[in-house]
Design a protein around this ligand. Structure first.
Ligand code: F6P
Ligand code: MG
Length: 475
């Protein structure tokens, strides 16, 4: 149940998989080793310390296997049923080695394998080896967090003001802005972040930053998504009281989760959704993906903003960066407002967290209707399923070499038309695969500075500078 086209491979020098496996994976494992070692060093329980050392040794072994292009070996049984699926697929692939293997499977296998070392221990079962990095990156996104917090408070106050005149065009633009804030939260380059005020939007003027970022959105289906949500709202108003649920299949913790909550809170406040269900991962995944504990950590940071944002980020002192300045009272108020809003939505069941180990499986989402029937049935109850980020996009379209002009609806396979799901992908491009482009567009982008030229590599799509916002109505 995967598309019948060649999968991107770590053995292909023109694929981003090639440097990813050779350069980025060893770094990721090294960072995990450093983190676990740091915890071991400050540990005062002998048993935990001994287990920690064993985990560090296993991670070092894993790194050795990657760098020396050893064979992928079956994952040890750690009590979770998905191990069987991983091992079965590995068997079907035949003998494969790290540096010449399907990218998507091998990268998922890498993180699944790492998690086994922890799961099989007694004292490190729920240890998140990437938590320090996630927290530290969130601390360093303080300026953008504060800016968005102030604007969110403004917007929500305006939306709730019955006296405020609501211009339908301004409302539509506000929707676009919120989705684009949420989209760019996925880019590594936070400078692409939009800057918006309610006044700007009311005057139908996006900010300079947003306009600049907007031309990097190669496909923008947001107008259709807005029409779809508005139609659902009108229909249920006529029928009275039906639930309109939006699902968000999350990507990264920290700043990206923060903007996901901005979007969720906006959809609820604007009445475009009555419930938002967030789907986090269940094991540490692709370094920065959201675990349920990251959601709690984010709310905690907002509940105690001074404690969190006035603490220097990891490594600040080493880099000679000045300690963070104290927050102003207004900034603390804005963050307190977010905390009050989001924890109320959460407490009242309008903002729900629903983990499922399906999300950390080895394959594409083409398999979901067969292999995760209950999950798909659950998603069908919603009006829209938003997939955040690059990896979710790769999984939606199968991480294979599609012609870039293939329609998104076709590349979704069984999750496309007729599936009962309305799929929206908010993706900044950080891999090879892309679909839905106009004829000639890929060729043009390859000719841009650093775009790959005639090397055969689609380099323009590797760095998060370009984005695709693709929608497919499957109901
Ligand atoms: O940079 C490449 C990469 O590691 C891909 O392997 C993966 O798809 C992506 O980044 C993760 O990005 P995101 O958090 O947007 O899914
Ligand atoms: Mg991610």
């Amino acid at each position: 149940h995967d598309p019948k086209l060649p999968a991107y491979s770590t053995g292909d020098p023109t694929s981003f998989a090639y440097p990813t496996a050779r350069e980025r994976w060893p770094i990721i494992i090294t960072q995990a080793i450093d983190d676990a070692y740091r915890t071991v060093a400050s540990c005062n329980d002998a048993e935990k310390e001994a287990e920690g050392k064993k985990i560090v040794a296993e991670l070092a072994q894993l790194k050795y296997e990657v760098q020396h292009d050893r064979a992928l070996t079956p994952i040890r049984d750690d009590g979770y049923p998905d191990v069987a699926g991983y091992n079965k697929e590995l068997e079907q692939l035949g003998p494969v080695t790290w540096l010449n293997a399907p990218w998507l499977f091998t990268e998922c296998y890498l993180f699944r394998r790492m998690s086994t070392s922890f799961t099989l221990s007694t004292h490190w079962k729920s240890y998140d080896v990437f938590a320090r990095q996630k927290i530290s990156t969130f601390r360093s996104s303080r300026p953008a967090v504060l800016e968005l917090a102030a604007r969110y408070k403004d917007l929500v106050t305006q939306l709730r003001n019955p006296q405020a005149a609501h211009d339908p065009e301004a409302d539509r633009l506000l929707f676009t802005e919120m989705c684009e804030v949420c989209l760019w939260g996925n880019a590594t380059d936070l400078s692409l972040l939009t800057s918006l005020t309610y006044d700007d939007i009311q005057r139908l003027q996006g900010s300079e930053a947003r306009r600049r970022a907007e031309k990097n959105i190669l496909i923008n289906d947001l107008p259709r998504v807005y029409d779809h949500l508005l139609a659902a709202k009108t229909q249920t108003q006529q029928r009275a009281a039906a639930d309109r649920r939006v699902d968000i299949v999350l990507d990264n913790a920290g700043f990206e989760l923060f903007v996901d909550l901005i979007l969720a809170g906006y959809l609820l406040t604007a009445g475009l959704a009555t419930t938002v269900v967030l789907h986090p991962k269940s094991i540490p995944w692709f370094v920065s993906d959201v675990l349920p504990a990251d959601f709690a950590a984010l709310l905690n940071a907002l509940a105690r903003p001074r404690e969190f944002f006035e603490t220097p980020a990891d490594g600040d002192a080493l880099l000679g960066r000045a300690p963070p300045s104290p927050l102003t009272d207004a900034q603390v108020d804005d963050l307190a407002f977010l905390f009050a809003e989001w924890s109320r939505f959460h407490a009242e069941g309008q903002l729900v967290l629903r983990p499922n180990r399906v999300w950390t499986g080895p394959g594409s989402y083409w398999r979901l209707p067969r292999e995760a029937e209950a999950l798909v049935a659950d998603l069908r109850e919603g009006v829209l399923t938003v997939f955040k980020g690059d990896l979710n996009y790769r999984k939606l379209v199968g991480d294979v070499a599609w012609d870039p002009t293939t329609p998104f609806s076709e590349a979704l396979g069984p999750l496309g038309p007729g599936s009962g799901l309305n799929v929206l992908a908010l993706r900044t491009c950080k891999a090879d695969v892309v679909v839905g482009l106009k004829p000639g567009e890929d060729e043009k982008l390859r000719q841009t500075d650093g775009g790959g030229g005639d090397s055969g590599a689609r380099k323009w799509a590797w760095n998060g500078k370009w984005a695709v916002v693709s929608f497919c109505k499957g109901t």
